[in-house]
Design a protein. Structure first.
Length: 218
């Protein structure tokens, strides 16, 4: 079974998806980590992020595995190195290349083939897993998105400028909504949830209730 969750940065996708995966005994899949892995490798190699050919070649030829909800890149666990503002922006640019998306989506689906999963990203419900049994779209106002990401970085001991972070998130959301393929949008059959005034438990409860309805319709 696939539970697919989409939405912009800071809407609570990762936290909610992780919580649901644990409670259901499913595998948690963070699709953004795959694109961040490509961006991370590009930056490590000092490649030109804006070079379509270089990014396509990189995406097709690097080895990405997914073990215990962690990214293994070319045999090395890099999960803890993928959450920076620089990689966020680079990943958004890289994921805007259609051929890169095709390569990453193939790697992603192969990595979790046959597993019951809770996945989250920006086109999980519309492109990667369009036949998912349960689809959800989480949303939040920009100031809520920024504060959540700001607090996340602070908890990790990373200092970022609030206004700069706000601009980065707004820029990334705009880019994600205007991608040629795999753009951020609400699937017609997805449950829409504004998480601004909800905590994680409340969001998970609402999705769990919806999941029961999805099961009845299968």
């Amino acid at each position: 079974m696939v539970i697919a969750i989409d939405g912009p940065a800071g809407a609570g996708k990762s936290t909610v998806a992780r919580r649901l995966a644990v409670s259901l005994g499913f595998t948690f899949l963070n699709s953004g980590s795959f694109y961040r892995a490509v961006a991370y490798e590009a930056l490590q190699r000092n490649l030109d992020i804006s070079s379509v050919d270089e990014m396509i070649h990189l995406a097709k030829n690097i080895d990405i595995e997914y073990k215990n909800a962690r990214i293994i890149l070319n045999g090395k666990d890099v999960e803890d190195s993928l959450r920076t503002a620089e990689i966020d922006l680079a990943a958004s640019k890289v994921s805007g290349v259609v051929e890169v998306r095709h390569a990453v989506n193939d790697k992603m689906k192969e990595a979790v083939k046959g597993m019951p999963i809770v996945c989250e990203g920006r086109d999980m419900t519309t492109v990667v897993f369009p036949d998912a049994e349960c689809k959800v779209y989480l949303d939040a106002p920009i100031d809520v998105q920024v504060q959540r990401r700001y607090d996340q970085y602070a908890a990790e001991g990373k200092f970022v400028d609030y206004e700069e972070l706000k601009q980065q998130i707004a820029t990334r959301d705009a880019a994600d909504k205007n991608k040629a393929e795999g753009s951020l949008k609400i699937a017609e059959d997805a449950l829409y949830i504004d998480t601004a005034n909800m905590n994680v438990d409340q969001v998970c409860e609402k999705i769990t209730e919806y999941l029961a309805k999805c099961d009845k319709n299968r």
